[in-house]
Design a protein around this ligand. Structure first.
Ligand SMILES: *[C@@H]1O[C@H](CO)[C@@H](O)[C@H](O)[C@H]1NC(C)=O
Ligand SMILES: *[C@@H]1O[C@H](CO)[C@@H](O)[C@H](O)[C@H]1NC(C)=O
Ligand SMILES: *[C@@H]1O[C@H](CO)[C@@H](O)[C@H](O)[C@H]1NC(C)=O
Length: 518
């Protein structure tokens, strides 16, 4: 017995000495729906599209686990990012808007960059990771090892129009903000590379691109990739049949209404109206161009990682903070509970595990990324948050999807959950994506100090059958043929995410020299 114990201690020591933790390159884009080559197929957000040019993200996907069905917890910037970065859902962060800061209204939760910083990593952030300003106490300084970087040209404006293609002569003199962010990312990687390679200090480098968020401002040559004649109107520019009114957002009351080229048209933003065809085509073309522009910037950063010889020991994650409606249902931007708004791109490359490229159709929540990165880097798995985790700094409300890296087809979550408030936060739409359905209820949202759903008072119910209606064009909530299913889905939705977790949530430690935990 004594000998055995000694042996274990010896092995531990030997492995700790050999152990080199993995770095993390954390790439983020704003408002990018999963409309990139790697997603082509049933999970693509549009049935009508030109050839998408995203060679760099596609190449990253081919060496990653590509999460084809990952869902954000709320389809708007700060709530989605706050949730992902704290690993907790909006009803725990209490961030449903662009004003409140989770440390003030939720709890003093440890964020992803803060976790790595606390574990000795050099944590560096730039561009848009948290939502800027008071929504994050100005980029949550406690999360970073050094001052946060914003592009000097961040306020680059479009002359208040929704899109503008910028000539080379112009951006050569005055680079676009995301170009500056890519430059800073490259400089930062060069700076941290020697210590990361010698084993002196690992890095967590977070690079947040602002595009393809409105206004679509991009180098003009990207338009060449998308001839105007190749761009189609969405084939469902109307609200779903039998959609409850509460599901609709009048996009004119949101960011879209701020742009001059929209204002002069005086669109109502009402249900079953949309923008003029020519503008729709131009907006779609500009959006695709902006996606390809971001793709190139991602490529520049990844090339540098490779040139520096860091690929082998660096985890790379990429995600977009939510989907985007490009005129489908006549909607624009996000702010809804539809598939187009809640479905977003996510991929994670873990060297030695995903090198051959893995694709999963398993349902994943964005809160799953935190526990996944923790395990992929070789740390002890996080524990599940209790119902009230206000006082707990570090826990998870998602599930590490490391098991999907060993078996992408395994049985996984039975549903992914999102939510979106309406009517000045007095109604909360809770939605759930299962393998074949989207089910949504819009209960009254009341109580002190924190609001809760009152399931007895519903403002609407939606049931979309993705097996026959992937565009969500027909709400079947009141269809007698779906009565039994609706009852089952309602029970599942109200019980919530805890009951939809993978049955055996085994934790898989990372193979290789970092399998041991501190
Ligand atoms: C939040 O937690 C950090 C350490 O994780 C601590 O330094 C800070 O004082 C805490 N803030 C509050 C308000 O409790
Ligand atoms: C919107 O258009 C769809 C399809 O034409 C129709 O079924 C639906 O009733 C309309 N909704 C409203 C609120 O007008
Ligand atoms: C929304 O609710 C807040 C807080 O209850 C209140 O101060 C505000 O006036 C409301 N706004 C509207 C438009 O009703």
């Amino acid at each position: 017995m004594h000998t055995h114990k000694q042996c274990v201690v010896f092995l531990l020591c030997a492995q700790v000495v050999l152990c080199q933790r993995k770095n993390v390159l954390f790439l983020v884009s704003d408002d990018m729906r999963p409309e990139i080559g790697a997603y082509l197929g049933p999970d693509f957000p549009s049935s009508v599209h030109p050839t998408i040019h995203s060679p760099n993200l596609d190449a990253l996907a081919s060496r990653s686990l590509l999460l084809k069905r990952a869902y954000v917890q709320q389809a708007i910037c700060s709530p989605s990012r706050t949730s992902l970065l704290t690993g907790r859902r909006p009803d725990t962060t209490h961030v449903y808007d662009l004003k409140h800061y989770f440390r003030n209204v939720g709890g003093n939760y440890t964020t992803i960059p803060q976790f790595f910083k606390n574990n000795g990593y050099r944590s560096i952030g730039m561009g848009k990771i948290f939502h800027h300003g008071k929504a994050s106490g100005h980029d949550d300084p406690i999360s970073w090892s050094e001052p946060y970087y914003h592009a000097p040209n961040e306020k680059y404006r479009s002359n208040t129009v929704t899109w503008r293609a910028v000539a080379k002569a112009e951006y050569d003199i005055r680079p676009l903000p995301d170009m500056q962010i890519a430059d800073y990312a490259i400089k930062s990687l060069r700076r941290v590379a020697p210590d990361a390679k010698s084993g002196k200090q690992n890095f967590f480098v977070a690079v947040g691109f602002h595009k393809p968020h409105l206004p679509f401002v991009f180098p003009e040559h990207y338009l060449d990739l998308y001839p105007k004649n190749d761009i189609s109107l969405p084939d469902n520019p109307y609200a779903p049949v039998k959609m409850p009114e509460v599901a609709w957002i009048n996009y004119i009351t949101q960011e879209m209404g701020n742009y001059h080229d929209i204002k002069i048209l005086r669109p109502s933003g009402n249900i079953n109206t949309t923008l003029p065809d020519d503008l729709v085509i131009n907006l779609r073309r500009a959006y695709y161009s902006t996606v390809s522009y971001v793709d190139d910037l991602v490529g520049r950063v990844l090339n540098e990682l490779e040139t520096l010889g860091l690929l082998r020991n660096t985890i790379v994650s990429f995600w977009g903070d939510h989907g985007w409606q490009l005129g489908e249902h006549g909607e624009w931007c996000k702010h809804t509970n539809f598939e187009d708004a809640t479905h977003a791109p996510m991929m994670v490359r873990v060297p030695g595990i995903t090198d051959e490229g893995l694709v999963t159709e398993g349902l994943v929540d964005f809160v799953d990324l935190f526990p996944t990165l923790v395990e992929a880097a070789g740390f002890k798995p996080l524990s599940l948050c209790p119902e009230d985790s206000t006082k707990i700094e570090l826990c998870r409300e998602g599930n590490s999807f490391m098991p999907l890296m060993y078996d992408p087809g395994r049985k996984w979550k039975s549903a992914a959950f999102s939510q979106y408030p309406r009517m000045n936060y007095t109604v909360m739409g809770y939605t759930m994506r299962t393998d074949e359905h989207r089910y949504t209820e819009w209960p009254e949202f009341i109580g002190e100090p924190h609001y809760k759903p009152n399931w007895k008072k519903l403002h609407g119910v939606e049931l979309y059958d993705h097996s026959v209606d992937p565009e969500e064009n027909y709400n079947r909530a009141d269809d007698p043929d779906y009565k039994k299913l609706r009852t089952q889905l309602s029970i599942m939705l109200r019980r919530g995410w805890r009951y939809s977790q993978p049955k055996e949530t085994i934790s898989v430690s990372v193979k290789g020299s970092c399998a041991l935990y501190p």
